[in-house]
Design a protein around this ligand. Structure first.
Ligand code: HEM
Ligand code: CA
Length: 627
């Protein structure tokens, strides 16, 4: 090529880059003001579950309290939202064979290796800026996630899937382990060639065979505190003390109350001799990390405090009545915090209004309250990007006395009951900003999740796992998810410029054969956040749809009127004045908190607004004067 031709090529390339940049600026300005909602022409589907596998349930229409497994909330279709029912699907499952095999690329090749995508697009993009919101905000998300979805991996084969790769044949649930790519900067150096992955447990484990493969959610889909109380009767019964409505608990140093201990051999806990704490709660993931263990313990204490107060106002109430009334209050508080304080930060005020989230809930039995597969295996997971590497224990003088790596304390919450750690970790969560939203996950959960060093190093990568889980559960590709949200489907990679930065598009071109191949999680992570929101427009649309249906499709939603389980106006007034700060006041030794509890502490601007000394939870509105 002559030097003139070379120069022309360079000029053309530069012009193209400049044009793309201009288009990007114009489109991103437009898209920052347009709000994308789930298009109304999509009917949510369950495949054949309703006809072939759904149980027949008879209900008491006058029941005042929710059932433990979520059934009978919707009286017309009693299993809607119940535990052990499948995720709802916005779009049909995408499988190569229409049943179970991972989707392929348009050119017939397998999808790119999930760890390779992590390495090429995300791993090295780490921005250290602090978030406007604190670690409590991040952890609230996980707490709600565990309330509304649980799709356990199928671990019914003995041993890890990586170790079973030489078995003949390899068990079906182990056929999707993630091979470590040749040039991996972390794992190969440590001698690890395989990232463990068990495909999710299918409906066959529950005696129900469906095509395409269907996965059962073990939690109740409703926001109903199932992570505290359990999603089945046996778990719920085991957690109750059957005395004055209280949940079972254990007391440690200084009469500090914690969740009861469970069997040490449990799969949920580190079974090595240097770990000794393993909590029991309504959700088996209670011990997964120090943050979720902290929240589960906060709400265990909160339940028992409310039960105690109700008993004071109503000395004649029996155990069952106190338990049910307390549970109803705790669930109302969780719903109130989620919809009034958490979601506006996540989705932005505009979106809250668009969906009428601030309005009085009017129950609609035609609305299915089920958690969608697209939400739980895609959109809501991208908030894994907010997880910080380090958790801080902060004393009352605001000194950070004990920072720890989150990944060093997976499945062993041993630090929590020691000394005053519960209080100072809670203060750390309140005072420290969480990780700034960005397309990557932090390097520790990207490389050292559930790491072990004995007998040799093994660790996992949450981002690769999330990508692989999407493929496992037949997640529709990113482009399809755009279109269900009313965002134009991209015809080629360059069309993505409306929502995804130019450089990332170039990376995607190098990975996928065509724009329709891109995994939903990958595209969603790369989208620029929508105006006023923590997430991009596609994610915002899928998350909002989910929370919308879980509000107006929940007959027991806390502010619904005219149902057997509705609160009185006085009770509702009390509940609407509670925020998470009040819950923290009631359950810890923290004494001063900002009213905006999801904001980190700032010495210069912080005007403390909640004085826990003056806060008492007044349950007078529950006084039963008929006695
Ligand atoms: C605090 C640190 C957290 C850790 C260590 C963590 C870890 C995990 C792990 C290991 C899984 C299972 C992955 C799989 O095998 O498919 C998972 C699932 C999930 N996570 Fe997180 N997570 C955290 C926080 C969050 C947050 C902040 C959110 C949302 C705001 C979230 C939402 C979810 C959802 C929706 C699922 C799917 C659950 C299911 O259906 O089974 N997580 N997380
Ligand atoms: Ca639930």
């Amino acid at each position: 090529m002559s030097s003139i031709e070379t120069r022309q090529t360079i000029i053309m390339a530069n012009l193209k880059t400049i044009c793309m940049a201009i288009i990007y600026i114009i489109i991103s300005t437009i898209s920052s003001v347009v709000l994308f909602k789930l298009a109304p022409n999509y009917t949510l589907t369950y495949n054949d579950y309703a006809e072939l596998c759904a149980p027949t349930i008879s209900c008491d229409a006058n029941a005042k309290y929710r059932s433990i497994n979520g059934s009978c909330n919707n009286l017309r279709t009693p299993w809607f939202g119940a535990s052990i029912t499948p995720h709802l699907r916005i779009l049909d499952a995408y499988y190569d064979d229409g049943e179970y095999q991972f989707r392929k690329q348009a050119n017939g090749n397998p999808l790119p290796n999930a760890r390779y995508i992590q390495q090429k697009v995300f791993l090295y993009k780490q921005f250290p800026y602090p978030n406007d919101h604190n670690v409590l905000f991040m952890e609230w998300g996980q707490f709600v996630a565990h309330d509304t979805t649980h799709l356990p991996p199928d671990v019914s084969v003995g041993g890890t899937c990586c170790n079973l790769q030489k078995a003949k044949p390899v068990p079906p649930q182990c056929q999707a382990v993630i091979e470590v790519p040749k040039n991996d900067p972390i794992y190969l150096k440590r001698g690890q060639t395989c990232l463990n992955f068990n495909r999710a447990r299918t409906s066959i484990s529950y005696g129900c065979r469906l095509k395409p493969t269907t996965f059962m959610v073990e939690a109740t889909h409703f926001i109903d505190g199932s992570q505290i109380y359990g999603s089945d009767e046996k778990v719920a019964t085991d957690l109750r003390s059957f005395k004055d409505g209280r949940l079972k608990s254990d007391f440690y140093v200084g009469q500090q109350e914690f969740c009861p201990q469970r069997n040490r051999t449990s799969k949920q806990c580190d079974t090595s001799p240097n770990s000794s704490v393993c909590f029991a709660a309504g959700d088996s993931r209670v011990n997964q990390n120090l943050g979720i263990a902290l929240f589960q313990n906060v709400f265990l204490r909160f339940h028992n405090i409310v039960a105690y107060d109700l008993k004071r106002f109503n000395p004649f109430w029996r155990d069952e009545k106190i338990y049910q009334e307390t549970r109803r209050i705790v669930i109302a508080v969780i719903q109130h915090i989620t919809y009034t304080h958490y979601l506006p930060i996540l989705l932005g005020e505009h979106f809250m209004h668009l969906y009428g989230f601030f309005e009085q809930t009017v129950y609609d039995e035609n609305v299915n309250p089920g958690t969608t597969q697209e939400h739980s295996t895609g959109a809501f997971r991208i908030l894994h990007k907010e997880i910080p590497s380090i958790l801080n224990f902060i004393d009352k003088y605001h000194f950070n006395i004990h920072p720890v790596f989150l990944t060093d304390w997976m499945n062993k919450p041993d630090l929590l009951p020691l000394s005053n750690n519960f209080d100072i970790l809670l203060r750390g969560f309140q005072e420290m900003p969480t990780r700034q939203e960005q397309s990557s996950y932090n390097v520790w959960i990207s490389n050292c999740l559930f790491q072990q060093t004995i007998p040799k190093f093994s660790g996992s990568d949450l981002l690769s796992t999330d990508i692989q889980r999407g493929r496992d559960t037949g997640m529709p590709p990113y482009n399809k998810m755009r279109s269900v949200c009313g965002i134009p489907e991209a015809k080629d990679f360059d069309d993505l410029i409306d929502l995804i930065p130019y450089k990332d598009i170039q990376n995607l071109k190098n990975l996928y054969s065509c724009v329709d191949d891109i995994d939903f999680l990958v595209g969603a992570l790369l989208e620029m956040p929508a105006k006023g929101s923590k997430v991009g427009p596609t994610t915002q649309c899928i998350i909002a749809d989910n929370f919308y249906r879980q509000k107006i499709g929940d007959r027991f939603f806390y502010d619904i009127l005219g149902q057997p389980g509705s609160f009185t106006p006085e009770q509702l007034y009390t509940l609407k004045n509670v925020n998470f700060g009040n819950v923290i006041c009631a359950t810890s030794k923290l004494r001063y908190l900002p009213k905006n509890i999801f904001m980190p502490f700032d010495r210069r601007t912080n005007t403390r607004q909640i004085d826990c000394h003056t806060f008492t939870l007044n349950l007078k509105a529950w006084e039963d004067t008929s006695y």
